[in-house]
Design a protein. Structure first.
Length: 200
């Protein structure tokens, strides 16, 4: 099974068949898809300027989509290295019990669903790397009351999500499932109240 870098080389290869290059970009999302596979694909297509069903997109647009994905992946891999170093130090210092950020991180290891978007057509419009930087920054600060990706405050609690956790606060503006550790208890309670108002 080809790895991310091998697939990226195929996307860039001007001698490869265009269909293979597009397929290789889709396969990259099996290795790294911060919004989930379908939402990440929709995001990359809209940012690079080709349709999700376009079977023969401009090769330059494919490469532009790949470059955005690679930049976001570099941000996430750097975070995972720092996370692993922090956990090693904590264990060395005798703190073996993981915290709430660690529980969230366990569900997103490898970068799949880091900023899960349950609706594939609703996702942040900003560059993916910037969204991940904001998310990581929020994980490293005290909890707040807004979405770390877009600073929106309209959070609604949703059940039956297609990713773990199966329920949680979803940003009504950018569509991500906001990690619980970045929100205050008051913000979480407000999201639950908003769900009750929506379903009432």
């Amino acid at each position: 099974m080809a790895g991310f870098r091998s697939l990226a080389r195929q996307v860039r290869d001007p001698l490869s068949d265009l269909a293979l290059r597009r397929y290789s970009l889709r396969k990259c999302l099996e290795r790294f898809a911060p919004y989930g596979h379908r939402a990440t694909w929709d995001h990359l297509c809209s940012r690079a300027g080709f349709g999700p069903e376009d079977r023969s997109p401009d090769p330059a647009r494919l490469v532009a989509a790949l470059e955005e994905l690679e930049e976001a992946r570099a941000v996430w891999l750097a975070y995972e290295v720092a996370f692993a170093q922090r956990r090693r130090k904590e264990k060395h210092d005798g703190r073996r019990r993981p915290g709430s950020v660690d529980d969230w991180h366990r569900l997103t290891w490898g970068g799949f669903g880091v900023a899960w978007c349950d609706n594939p057509s609703v996702h942040p419009a900003e560059p993916m790397a910037e969204v991940l930087r904001r998310l990581i920054g929020a994980l490293e600060r005290e909890p707040g009351g807004s979405c770390p990706a877009c600073t929106g405050t309209a959070l609604v609690w949703k059940h039956d999500l297609a990713h773990e956790p199966s329920s949680g606060p979803v940003c009504s503006h950018c569509g991500i499932v906001v990690p619980r550790p970045v929100l205050t208890p008051a913000a979480l309670a407000e999201a639950r109240r908003a769900r009750l108002l929506v379903t009432a």
